[in-house]
Design a protein around this ligand. Structure first.
Ligand code: ADP
Ligand code: MG
Length: 540
């Protein structure tokens, strides 16, 4: 159109070709409509794809996290692990749905324009394109800087998240002990560090980025001046010059935008890297033996185990006979809880073998192994859901009747019936609406529902008041009937009826045997029993 209009100026006397201009305008209109159509299509596609990539990715990462050994969690802050699923995928989302389309558009647009202009005058087009390779080193440096300080900033961000979680989880303690000094300071420091790192991230990459835009902008005066020279020296006609002036300025604008987005994309790309590293973290190897487990004898053979290279279990040998009640006692920190974790393969042994049904537990798929084990932990984990659903976690797909039956066996009825919505009462984040004993009964109900042949009880009644304890003792006695049971107990009288007592001391079996015989030996067990009998007469 510009060409046709300027013909009048260049060759006075020619007539305006209205028809041709009309056709051009119609073509432009069609182009515009196509543009709108494809824009809409690509917009929808990139968003739909972007969000579904992230939804699937999150599910996969969550699945992967479940398969990792607890050793992985011991070395990471909760904030870091949370960020894998939440903020890292937010970044990937932004990258896929916004940044990549923008960057690709911002690069292809100018490229097409330069090629088109080259048809009219390749020399000037080349000069206009010259700024791109000149700006590239600056872009490269910017990306390096962002990658470097971005990593630091993301670490600070995760630290901040961890500190906030710590602060909120410990809020009761912080209030009670007036700890707003120390704990709050830790959190405040993490905020300050995040601020610093964020400023460094922006400020560090700023100068090179600005320099790069400066170089890109240089194409405009270049086109004006060199174009004018070409025009006055007969190298090109006025309409072509005008065309260059019109389009030439449009070359660097999308490029500059692409540049800005490229910086952001580098930062977001760090999240992709982190997710990739996580996905490459090896999961616990799954065994292939899907044969049915029929015998529930558990045997520890020369087990060595350490947390972060601190040995906790040393050359331990122990038999837990099937269909018997074995009690594990011993001083705090002797490794009792650790043994239950090893049986359930929450952690992997360093040396030796734990055998079940005569085979190393590593031979079984983890899911198969766990399907024969119920664990009642001392600290119960509940989810923000109804009582019914919290119990149903014991066995997916159990009917309401089955869940209720299990709940009754665990003595949950007494408190659940009193709640406003009875069994459908929402118990809040980690069951904060319930007392310790009530929470414990829910976890026992889960074990009833699961009805696994092996039951591991870790000091399930240690921190309860007398009334609760009786209710729970009752429930537990029902639960462990005819099962293979390993019970960790603090109160010696609760294990007086065990078939076998094992005294663990500093990661080794100090003594073991039937309660009466063991008491008669006058060893550690005798000492522990006597000490507790003595303390029962203690009063304020
Ligand atoms: P018990 O249950 O007999 O009181 P545990 O098995 O809980 O003892 O702990 C044994 C030792 O292992 C303790 O010294 C404890 O500090 C250490 N420990 C327990 N859990 C961890 C963990 N997740 N990371 C590092 N050390 C741990
Ligand atoms: Mg313990």
């Amino acid at each position: 159109v510009v060409w046709e209009l300027f013909k009048l100026l260049q060759y006075p006397g020619t007539e305006l070709n209205v028809k041709l201009i009309g056709i051009y305008c119609a073509v432009l209109l069609i182009c515009l409509l196509l543009l709108v159509f494809f824009n809409y299509k690509s917009y929808m596609a990139s968003y739909r794809e972007g969000y579904s990539i992230c939804a699937d990715g999150r599910v996969n990462v969550a699945k992967h996290l479940r398969k990792l050994s607890m050793g992985f969690y011991n070395t990471k802050d909760p904030g870091t692990i949370g960020s894998y699923i939440v903020s890292d995928f937010d970044n990937v989302e932004l990258l896929v749905t916004h940044l990549l389309p923008q960057i690709i558009g911002g690069l292809i647009g100018p490229l097409v324009m330069i090629i088109s202009l080259a048809f009219f005058n390749w020399k000037l087009a080349l000069i206009a394109a010259l700024v791109i390779p000149l700006a590239w080193p600056m872009v490269w440096i910017t990306r390096k800087l962002i990658a470097y300080s971005g990593k630091k900033q993301q670490k600070s961000k995760n630290d901040t998240a961890s500190r906030v979680i710590e602060y909120i989880q410990g809020i009761r303690l912080i209030k009670a002990f007036n700890l707003n000094g120390t704990k709050f300071e830790r959190m405040e420091n993490s905020f300050r560090k995040l601020k610093q790192d964020s400023i460094r991230l922006e400020a560090g990459s700023g100068p090179t980025l600005i320099l790069a835009t400066f170089v890109l902008n240089a194409s405009i005066p270049l086109i004006i001046l060199v174009g004018f020279y070409f025009f006055t020296h007969g190298e090109m006609t006025l309409p072509v010059y005008i065309l260059f002036l019109l389009l030439g300025t449009k070359i660097c604008e999308p490029l500059m935008q692409a540049l800005m987005f490229l910086g952001l994309a580098t930062y977001m790309g760090l999240s992709v890297e982190r997710i990739e590293t996580l996905r490459k973290t090896p999961v616990m190897p799954d065994g292939a033996d899907t044969g049915k487990i029929t015998n529930y004898d558990i045997e520890f053979q020369n087990i060595d185990f350490s947390y972060n290279n601190v040995p906790v279990i040393k050359q331990l040998n122990l038999k837990i006979p099937s269909h018997k009640l074995t009690a594990l006692v011993g001083p705090s920190g002797s490794g009792k809880t650790t043994l239950t974790r090893l049986i359930a393969r929450l952690w992997e042994v360093d040396k030796g073998e734990i055998r079940l049904n005569g085979k190393n537990i590593k031979n079984y798929p983890v899911d198969n192994l766990l399907s024969c084990i119920s664990i009642v932990f001392q600290d119960v984990t509940l989810f923000d859901n109804t009582i019914l659903e919290n119990i149903r976690l014991g066995r997916k797909g159990a009917t309401d009747e089955e869940v209720l039956a299990a709940a009754k066996l665990a003595n949950c009825e007494e408190f659940a019936e009193k709640l406003p919505d009875k069994w459908n009462t929402n118990i809040g984040e980690n069951g904060c609406a319930l007392s310790g004993g009530e929470r414990q009964r829910i976890s026992i109900a889960r074990a009833f529902l699961k009805d696994a042949p092996i039951i591991l009880l870790d000091e399930a009644t240690a921190s309860l008041d007398v009334e609760n304890e009786t209710a729970i003792q009752e429930a537990l006695s029902r639960l462990i009937k005819h099962k293979t049971v390993l019970i960790i107990a603090h109160r010696m009288r609760t294990v007086a009826g065990a078939d076998k007592i094992v005294v663990l001391s500093d990661g080794v079996v100090a003594e073991q045997g039937a309660p009466d015989a063991l008491y008669a030996r006058n060893g550690q067990y005798t000492h522990m029993v006597d000490l507790q009998t003595e303390s029962q007469s203690w009063a304020i």
